[in-house]
Design a protein around this ligand. Structure first.
Ligand code: CUA
Length: 315
C-alpha cells in the first residue's frame, strides 16, 4: 500500500480506515484459510485414494466453535463500525455553518454571510457543519478523503460535519444516481488555513476584468457557474439536456406551451420565463420536467447578467 495521502484530511479518517482494515483483514484471513483447507480436502479425499464414502456423525464441540467465534467477530465489527459512525452524527454546537443545496445536476454552497459558491470552502482545524438540502430527487454528498457520505433526501433534514485537518483540495461527488447527468455532479472542497479562509470569507469582490465588455460577459459566466447551469447547457452549440447558449439570443424556437406548439423569439421575456418557469415553454426535441424553477435563487440582477452573456455568445 502506498502513502495515505488523505491521512488526517478529516477527524473521521482514522476510525473509518481502522474499521475497513479490520473487516478486510478478517475476510482475507478466512479466504486464505478456507481455500487452503478446501484444496487440501480435494487432494486428500480424491476418489482414487478413498473410493468408499464414510458416514460421519456431527460434532458438538465443532458446532460450538464455529458458532461462537464468528459471533464474536461480527460483534467486534459492529463495535468498530458503531464507534466510528456515532461521532459523525453529533455535530458540535459551535460548528461553522454552511448549507449545501443539491439539484439536478449541481451542488451550491450557501454561507451565513450570503456568499454562494459552486466549490466548498472550509476552514482548517475547526468543526464545520453542512446542512443538506435536496430540491428535486435524492442526491448524496460524498467526500471520499474525509470518509463522509450521506444521502440528501427532498423534504428531509440532514447534515454532515467534520474537522478538516490538512490544507488541500479534495473531491466532492454525488453518490446517488440522480438521472442523466449524475456523473456531472462533482465539485471540490478547498481546505484553507483559518486566516486565509477568513479573508476569503469576507471578500465578495470579483477580479476586475480588463474591459466593460469583458466584465459583462464574466458576470454572466459566474452566474452559470454558481448555479451549475453547465451541467445541462453548453456554450458551443452542442445539445445536452437543454439547448445550448450559443446562438440562442434572438433566434426563433419551436416550443410546446401547455400542449400547444408555437413559435417564440428568444428575448429577455423568454429567457426570464425559461429560468423562472422552465417547463412553461419547452423547445421541441427536449424533455419536460428536468429543470426546476430558479425563481427564489437567480436574482433580477443575475438575470440581466445572463442575458448580456447570451448576447455576447452571438458574436
Ligand atoms: Cu445528484 Cu447523483
Amino acid at each position: 500500500m502506498g502513502e495515505n495521502t488523505t491521512a488526517k484530511a478529516s477527524d473521521f479518517v482514522d476510525q473509518v480506515d481502522a474499521t475497513f482494515v479490520f473487516i478486510f483483514g478478517v475476510a482475507l484471513f478466512f479466504l486464505v484459510v478456507i481455500t487452503i483447507v478446501m484444496v487440501y480436502f480435494i487432494i486428500r479425499y480424491r476418489k482414487s485414494k478413498s473410493p468408499e464414502a464414510k458416514h460421519i456423525e456431527g460434532s458438538t464441540s465443532l458446532e460450538i466453535i464455529w458458532t461462537v467465534i464468528p459471533t464474536i467477530i461480527v460483534i467486534l465489527m459492529f463495535q468498530y463500525g458503531w464507534s466510528g459512525w456515532q461521532p459523525q452524527r453529533e455535530p458540535p454546537a459551535d460548528a461553522f455553518q454552511i448549507k449545501s443545496i443539491a439539484r439536478m445536476w449541481s451542488f451550491v454552497f450557501q454561507y451565513e454571510n450570503g456568499r454562494m459558491t459552486d466549490t466548498l470552502y472550509v476552514p482548517m482545524g475547526e468543526p464545520v457543519k453542512i446542512d443538506l438540502v435536496a430540491q428535486d430527487v435524492i442526491h448524496s454528498m460524498y467526500i471520499p478523503a474525509f470518509r463522509i457520505k450521506k444521502d440528501m433526501v427532498p423534504g428531509k433534514k440532514g447534515n454532515i460535519w467534520f474537522e478538516a485537518g490538512k490544507e488541500g483540495v479534495y473531491d466532492v461527488f454525488c453518490a446517488e444516481y440522480c438521472g442523466l447527468r449524475h456523473s456531472y455532479m462533482k465539485t471540490s472542497v478547498v481546505v484553507l488555513p483559518k486566516d486565509k479562509f477568513e479573508s476569503w470569507y469576507v471578500d465578495t469582490s470579483l477580479v476586475v476584468p480588463p474591459t466593460a465588455e469583458a466584465a459583462k460577459r464574466l458576470a454572466g459566466v459566474a452566474v452559470t457557474r454558481k448555479y451549475g447551469c453547465n451541467a445541462c447547457h453548453t456554450t458551443d452549440g452542442s445539445k445536452l439536456v437543454g439547448p445550448s447558449y450559443k446562438g440562442l439570443w434572438g433566434r426563433t424556437h419551436l416550443v410546446i406551451s401547455g400542449g400547444e406548439e408555437r413559435e417564440v423569439t428568444v428575448d429577455s421575456t423568454y429567457i426570464r420565463r425559461s429560468i423562472y418557469d422552465p417547463n412553461a415553454d419547452v423547445v421541441i426535441g427536449y424533455t419536460t420536467g428536468l429543470m426546476l424553477s430558479y425563481k427564489d435563487q437567480v436574482t433580477e440582477e443575475e438575470l440581466g447578467q445572463l442575458i448580456e452573456y447570451f448576447k455576447s455568445l452571438n458574436n
